[in-house]
Design a protein. Structure first.
Length: 119
């Protein structure tokens, strides 16, 4: 059974920082591309950042220079360091694991963790 468990969300003031963690089990973590997505109230879920099994990273433009995704394969954990947070970063943040095997894409999701940026 695949499980992705996020932690680290909460309430933070603008310009503050948070570090999200996502612990994975039930998959061979090191071969999966890991990602963070977010969904603000009334909006569609959007990609925030991804990191491949080889360590290549990708970020949506709005978080470049502020957020950093990383992974620790020994701990089966992916992180999202969020700095200089803005009110528009407020959303539920979801961890994602995906891998393409042949023509089949495998996607797994965590339950989400709330991040609220407000003074």
């Amino acid at each position: 059974q695949v499980q992705l468990v996020e932690s680290g969300g909460g309430l933070v003031q603008p310009e503050g920082s948070l570090r999200l963690s996502c612990a994975a089990s039930g998959i061979i973590f090191s071969i999966y591309t890991m990602g963070w997505y977010r969904q603000a109230l009334g909006k569609q879920r959007e990609l925030v950042a991804t990191i491949t099994s080889g360590g290549s990273t990708n970020y949506t433009d709005s978080v470049k220079g502020r957020f950093t995704i990383s992974r620790d394969n020994a701990k089966n954990t992916v992180y999202l360091q969020m700095n200089s947070l803005k009110p528009e970063d407020t959303a539920v943040y979801y961890c994602n694991a995906h891998r393409l095997i042949g023509a089949t894409a495998y996607h797994y999701w965590g339950q989400g963790t709330q991040v609220t940026v407000s003074s």
